[in-house]
Design a protein around this ligand. Structure first.
Ligand code: GDP
Ligand code: IMO
Ligand code: MG
Length: 430
């Protein structure tokens, strides 16, 4: 298999994990490169449903290395729970100890990051981001501010002690004076770190430089994105975004292997669109049709259980995602969810409600998004069950027309089609 990156191309939850899990079959080395346990990734395999948050979606196979890369942030107790949940579903502890690797350079989400995430959201009131409250923003803030704690620090008492002497006075000042939150003593933080060290110890790959060199030379590598292009901190609907780079370009940085390692970039799109959390969503449907998409698509968050906002496919943002996301191919998921719809709409442009101006370029200032309404193109539904289709040829004609139009609008090929959550409900298009 060519080295491939799989990224979400909308607002997350596109069904990336299903696609990653399938492609992982032909890969040797699967690596997450950004995000943390804000992600909720569902894989249905051998009749069981697994929920992953930080563990790469290739973990269900034998003899593959699954790495949590340097660009990720880790809340060790969340990771522990995730591992225990999967062990309770029949995967052995020895399998995790053999296959799961963690980069010593990944950053640790501390309790104070969770405190700050919660506080900041409350303070923003109606303007809140709607985060997953997993401490993601504050952990990446500390990384950029150069005051973060990395996995490797947990394993070096001297370094950790020196670092805490530098960062803790300022952290406590900020916690107390800005956030009105409780400060931490050095002893408390050391005890927290000791707990985290014990959790992570079986998985940390201190030999990562040799192992990655070997993977680059001899192995098929799959880079697994979390979130989606429209949640990217640089290119998404800023500030209603996550704090990392889910675009394909993020893989080169976050997986420690650089851009030249990547040969294919697959963007995963739902056949419609969803968003969980706040922020403008130009094709959102706050009506019966949106409700129908939510109930047929089972659109509820894996991490927070929140109902997802639903709407039609937005080809304006999708084309933008192809550009800034660096995509070379498309996977369309959840086509089956549209099976019973009389009509299916696609936004092909936006109309400014004030000036009447039509634009096909994505407006990056999201505070102007409420001024726009979608210009829709309407497609006839196919009113047939696609969930058992095994090839492109078996699809109803109207479904083929819909997909052909999406391909035309996006300007790159659809190579994977998903018509249900199971591995078998997938069509690879040559
Ligand atoms: P991710 O975060 O992008 O990996 O996606 P999530 O796991 O959060 O959400 C996708 C949901 O859709 C999961 O419940 C999947 O099992 C399900 N799913 C994936 N592909 C399909 C599909 O083609 N059809 C249907 N009906 N469900 C799908
Ligand atoms: P997967 O990988 C959907 C959203 C949150 C919020 C914003 C910022 O399953 O696609 P954060 O906690 O990251 O600071 O929240 O990003 N968000 C997701 N939405 N799927 C995800 O992950 C998400 N991870 C974060 O709802 O709007
Ligand atoms: Mg998800």
């Amino acid at each position: 298999m060519k080295n491939t990156v799989v990224v979400g191309a909308q607002f997350g939850d596109e069904g990336k994990a299903k696609i990653t899990d399938l492609l992982a079959m032909d890969a040797d080395f699967i690596t997450r490169f950004q995000g943390g346990s804000n992600a909720g990734h569902t894989v249905v395999a051998n009749g069981k449903k697994y929920a992953f948050h930080l563990i790469p979606s290739g973990i269900l196979y034998e003899n593959k290395t699954c790495m949590i890369g340097a660009g990720c942030v880790i809340k060790p107790d969340d990771l522990k729970k995730e591992i225990e949940d999967i062990i309770s579903q029949g995967v052995s502890r020895e399998h995790f100890e053999k296959c799961l690797k963690i980069s010593p350079l990944a950053h640790i989400t501390m309790k104070y990051h969770i405190d700050i995430d919660g506080y900041s959201e409350n303070e923003l009131g109606k303007n809140k981001i709607g985060t997953t409250k997993k401490g993601i923003g504050p952990t990446y803030t500390d990384k950029a501010k150069r005051s973060g704690i990395r996995v490797e620090d947990l394993f070096n008492k001297e370094t950790l002690s020196k670092k805490l002497d530098i960062i803790l006075p300022n952290k406590n000042k900020v916690l107390e004076t800005v956030y009105n939150l409780k400060p931490y003593t050095k002893e408390e933080i050391l005890a927290e770190c000791e707990q985290y060290r014990a959790i992570l110890a079986p998985y940390v790959d201190f030999n990562w430089q040799e192992n990655l060199l070997e993977a680059k030379k001899n192995k098929s590598i799959l880079f697994e994105g979390a979130q989606g292009v429209m949640l990217d901190v640089d290119y998404g609907t800023y500030p209603y975004v996550t704090s990392s780079n889910p675009i394909a370009g993020g893989a080169g940085v976050g997986a420690s292997m650089g851009p030249m390692t990547i040969e294919r970039a697959i963007g995963v799109f739902k056949a419609y669109m969803t968003r969980v959390g706040k922020g403008a969503f130009i094709t959102e449907l706050q009506d019966e049709t949106g409700e129908k998409l939510r109930s047929i698509g089972g659109e509820f968050g894996v991490t927070t259980g929140r109902p997802r906002r639903c709407g039609w496919f937005d080809a304006v943002s999708a084309k933008y995602a192809v550009l800034v996301g660096g995509l070379s191919e498309v996977a369309i998921t959840k086509l089956d969810v549209l099976d019973s719809f009389e009509e299916i709409k696609v936004a092909v442009a936006y109309k400014n409600k004030i000036t009447g101006e039509i634009t096909k370029s994505y407006p990056t200032d999201v505070f102007t998004h409420y001024d726009f309404e979608p210009v829709y193109e309407t497609h006839k539904g196919w009113k047939q069950d696609t969930s058992k289709c095994k090839s492109y040829d078996e699809l109803p004609n109207n479904a083929k027309l819909y997909l052909a139009r999406l391909e035309e609008l996006l300007g790159i090929k659809i190579t994977i089609l998903s018509v249900g959550p199971d591995r078998e409900q997938t069509i690879f298009i040559d």
